[in-house]
Design a protein around this ligand. Structure first.
Ligand code: UDP
Length: 244
C-alpha cells in the first residue's frame, strides 16, 4: 500500500530519521564475504542491504563478444523481489538495465581494461533491501569487490546521492525523501582524483543549490572512501602483517 506524504520532511533542521541535512545514514562495509566469487563486498547504508560479487578477469565466452584489445566490464544490478515494499517482479526491467549501464560507466574509468584483452570482468550487484540510494551504494560496494578480486585499479569509486527536501539541500536521501523531495542527484566519484564518474538528476536545483549539493556529495564521498579503505584493511592487513 502506498504511504501518504508526510506533512514535513524537515522539522527544526532534523530529518524524519533525526539526521541533520549533511549527515550520512549509518554505514557499514565488509570486504570478501563470498567464498566462490573472486571478489565480494557487502554494504549497509541505513536500511539498504547490498551484496556485490566480482568474477574475473576471465576469458570471455561466447567468443564473438570478445574485444581484441580490452576486457569487457559487464555489470548487472538486480533487485530481489523482497527488497522493496511492493514485491518487485523478478528479472530485468528498464530501470535495472539503465542502472546496470550507468554503474558500468561509473566503474570503467578506474580499471585498466587494456591489460586483459579478450577477457570479461563480471560485476553482480544484488539489492537485498532497498531504501533509496541503491545505485550509488551498489557502486561503492562493487568497487570494494573489484579491489578484493585483485583487479588493478587507479582509484576506488564511491557513490552517494544528494538532493533537496523542503527547500534544503541534503545528503544521502532515504526512501521518503527520494519519493517526496524536490530533487535527487546520485553522484559517484574517484575519491583520490576527485573525478566524477556518475552524475544523474531527477528534479530541480538552482545553480547555487547545485553547487551546494555537489560540495555536500564530495564531503559524503570522503567518509565513504574511508569506510571502503577500512573494509579492505580489515580483510588484508592481518595477513600482510603475518607475512612480515
Ligand atoms: N523502489 C521501489 N520499487 C522499485 C524501484 C525502486 O520500491 O521497483 C524504491 C527503492 O527503495 C529504491 C528507491 O525506490 O531504493 C529509489 O529508487 P531510484 O530509482 O531512485 O534508485 P536508487 O535511489 O535506489 O538508486
Amino acid at each position: 500500500m502506498a504511504e501518504a506524504k508526510p506533512e514535513k520532511l524537515l522539522v527544526d533542521g532534523r530529518r524524519l530519521d533525526g539526521r541533520r541535512p549533511d549527515e550520512l545514514r549509518p554505514l557499514r562495509i565488509k570486504a570478501g564475504i563470498l567464498k566462490r566469487a573472486d571478489g565480494s563486498a557487502y554494504i549497509e547504508l541505513g536500511k539498504n542491504k547490498i551484496l556485490a560479487a566480482v568474477y574475473g578477469p576471465k576469458e570471455m565466452h561466447p567468443r564473438h563478444l570478445q574485444q581484441a584489445d580490452v576486457a569487457v566490464l559487464r555489470c548487472r544490478y538486480n533487485m530481489a523481489p523482497f527488497s522493496v515494499e511492493e514485491r518487485k517482479r523478478p528479472g530485468p526491467d528498464r530501470r535495472s538495465m539503465e542502472i546496470s549501464k550507468v554503474i558500468r560507466e561509473a566503474l570503467e574509468p578506474v580499471l585498466f581494461l587494456h591489460l586483459y584483452p579478450r577477457a570479461v570482468i563480471d560485476v553482480f550487484i544484488e539489492i537485498l533491501q532497498a531504501d533509496a540510494g541503491t545505485r550509488t551504494a551498489g557502486i561503492t560496494a562493487a568497487s570494494v569487490a573489484l579491489a578484493d578480486a585483485g583487479v588493478p585499479m587507479r582509484d576506488l569509486v564511491a557513490g552517494i546521492s544528494v538532493g533537496k527536501v523542503d527547500g534544503t539541500v541534503v545528503l544521502d536521501l532515504m526512501k521518503e525523501e527520494d519519493q517526496w523531495g524536490e530533487a535527487d542527484m546520485p553522484v559517484a566519484v574517484m575519491p583520490r582524483r576527485k573525478c566524477i564518474t556518475l552524475l544523474q538528476m531527477d528534479g530541480n536545483f538552482t545553480p547555487q543549490e547545485f553547487r551546494q549539493a555537489l560540495d555536500l556529495a564530495f564531503k559524503g564521498v570522503e567518509q565513504i572512501y574511508e569506510a571502503q579503505k577500512e573494509a579492505l584493511k580489515e580483510k588484508y592487513l592481518p595477513s600482510l602483517e603475518e607475512g612480515r
